[in-house]
Ligand binder design. Structure first.
Ligand SMILES: Nc1ncnc2c1ncn2[C@@H]1O[C@H](COP(=O)(O)OP(=O)(O)O)[C@@H](O)[C@H]1O
Ligand SMILES: [Mg+2]
Length: 392
C-alpha cells in the first residue's frame, strides 16, 4: 500500500523532506568525479537520499548501481550483492557481461553469492575463482564505459558490513576502484559513523583519504513542520495543534518523524468515521493528542527497544539511564546510582559513541564536541520509563 507518510522502507525522491544541501553536494561530487562517504545512524535516510541522488543522475547520462552490503559474511556473498545490483539495471548489455563472466569462471552469479545456489554435486567455486569474480565485478564500470561512455555511480550501502566478510576487503576494493577514473564514482554509505570515519581517515587503511565526508544530520524541525502541514492539508486533514509538538518530539529523526505523522494521520482518518485508534481519551486534541500519538508509537516499538536494552552491558545501561533522566551520563549522581566507577561509565559512553546508534554528539573529523543526546527520541522515552510502556 502506498502510504501518505511512509516510514518502513526507503522513500521515493519526491517524498523526501529537505536534504537539498546534501543532494547538491552529491551532485557536485558526481560532476567532479569525487567519491563520497555518507555516514548517519540507521533510519536517518541514507538510502532514501541516495535513491533520490541516483534518480536525479539518471536524468543525465548516468547509470547507478546500488549495492547493499548489509549482513554479508563472505566474499562470495559480496560478489552476489554486486551482481544482483547490476542485474537490477535490467540492461541487456550488463546482463550479457554478467552471464559471460559467470560462464567463463564456471560460477553462477546469484543474489546469495557466487555459486551458492548450485546443487550439492557442484563443488563450491574455488577461492581463486571467487577472487577473480570479485575483481571483474568491481571492474564492470570500466567495461561498460568502454562500450557506451556512460559513467556509473556505484553506491556501496551499509559499507561497514563489507569488513565482516573479510577484514582486508577495503584493500581489494581500493586496488580496483582507484583506476576507474571517468568510468565510475563511488559513494560509501554506512550507519556506524565512527567506523566509517576510521576507514577513511586512518592512514593505515587502504581507503585513507579516498572520499569526501558527508554526515547526515537530523532533519530541520521548521522544514519538517511546514512540509508535513502541507501534506496534511493535501489530504484534507486537520491535525490542529497536535502537529507541532509531535514534530518537536521527533527531534528531526527522519523515520520517527514519519512514523508519528503516520499514526496521527491514521487517527484522524479513523475519527472521520467516528472511531479512534487511541486507548484513552478518544477526543484528545492538541498537545493531549500529540502525547497520545507518541504513546502509541512507544507501544508499537517497545519490543525493539527492549531487545536493544537487554543486549546492553550494565555500564551502557547506567549511562543511558542517566542521560534519559537528565543527569550527566558520567557524573557523580550517575556513579552513585549505578555503583559503577566513573572510568567504567566513561568507557561505556565512549563505546556507545563509537557505535553511533543510540547516542551522539556533534562530531567532525577534527574531534567531538557538544552534549550527548539520544538519537532516537522513542528509545529515550522508553529508557526514561524503564520499559514500563502500555502495549500498543
Ligand atoms: N528526507 C526525509 N524525509 C522524510 N522522511 C525521511 C527522510 N529520510 C528518511 N526518512 C524516513 O526514514 C525512513 C528510513 O529511511 P532510510 O532511507 O531507509 O534510512 P537509512 O538508509 O539511513 O537506514 C524512511 O522510511 C522515511 O520514513
Ligand atoms: Mg539504508
Amino acid at each position: 500500500m502506498e502510504r501518505a507518510f511512509p516510514f518502513e522502507t526507503p522513500i521515493a525522491s519526491d517524498a523526501l523532506i529537505d536534504r537539498r544541501e546534501e543532494l547538491e553536494r552529491l551532485h557536485l561530487a558526481a560532476a567532479d568525479g569525487a567519491h563520497v562517504r555518507l555516514a548517519g545512524p540507521r533510519r536517518y535516510g541514507k538510502t532514501s537520499l541516495l535513491l533520490a541522488h541516483a534518480h536525479h543522475l539518471g536524468q543525465s547520462n548516468w547509470r547507478t548501481v546500488h549495492v547493499d552490503f548489509y549482513g554479508v559474511t563472505s566474499l562470495a556473498e559480496v560478489c552476489g550483492r554486486i551482481a544482483s545490483a547490476y542485474s537490477r539495471l535490467r540492461d541487456n548489455r550488463v546482463r550479457a557481461h554478467l552471464d559471460a563472466l559467470g560462464a567463463r569462471l564456471g560460477v553462477s552469479l546469484t543474489t546469495s553469492g557466487v555459486g551458492l545456489t548450485l546443487g550439492p554435486r557442484h563443488p563450491q567455486p574455488s577461492t581463486d575463482s571467487t577472487l577473480t569474480a570479485a575483481a571483474e565485478l568491481l571492474d564492470l564500470p570500466v567495461k561498460l564505459f568502454e562500450k557506451d561512455r556512460q559513467p556509473t555511480l556505484v553506491v556501496f550501502d551499509e559499507f561497514q558490513d563489507l569488513l565482516s566478510a573479510g577484514s582486508t576487503l577495503d584493500g581489494l576494493l581500493r586496488s580496483h576502484v582507484q583506476y576507474h577514473g571517468d568510468a565510475a564514482t563511488y559513494i560509501y554509505a554506512g550507519s556506524q559513523p565512527s567506523l566509517m570515519r576510521r576507514l577513511f581517515t586512518d592512514r593505515e587503511r587502504p581507503l585513507y583519504g579516498q572520499a569526501e565526508p558527508l554526515d547526515l544530520a537530523p532533519l530541520p524541525i521548521d522544514d519538517v513542520l511546514i512540509e508535513l502541514a502541507e501534506r496534511f492539508l493535501a489530504l484534507d486533514e486537520d491535525p490542529g495543534e497536535a502537529l507541532a509538538p509531535l514534530v518537536a518530539a521527533a527531534a528531526g529523526h527522519p523515520q520517527r518523524t514519519m512514523l508519528l505523522a503516520h499514526l496521527l494521520h491514521r487517527e484522524l482518518g479513523v475519527r472521520r468515521s467516528g472511531g479512534t485508534t487511541l486507548p484513552g481519551d478518544a477526543h484528545a486534541e492538541g498537545l493531549a493528542l500529540a502525547e497520545a500519538i507518541f504513546g502509541l508509537a512507544l507501544g508499537q516499538t517497545t519490543e525493539a527497544h527492549q531487545g536493544i536494552w537487554d543486549g546492553l552491558s550494565a555500564g551502557k545501561k547506567a549511562v543511558l539511564a542517566a542521560l534519559a533522566d537528565g543527569l550527566r551520563p558520567t557524573g557523580s549522581r550517575a556513579t552513585e546510582r549505578s555503583g559503577l566507577t566513573r572510568a567504567a561509565l566513561q568507557s561505556a559512553l565512549r563505546e556507545l559513541g563509537r557505535e553511533g546508534q543510540h547516542v551522539s554528539r556533534i562530531v567532525t573529523d577534527a574531534g567531538a564536541s557538544g552534549d550527548w543526546h539520544y538519537i532516537d527520541p522513542l528509545f529515550a522515552k522508553w529508557v526514561t520509563l524503564r520499559g514500563h510502556v502500555p502495549r500498543g
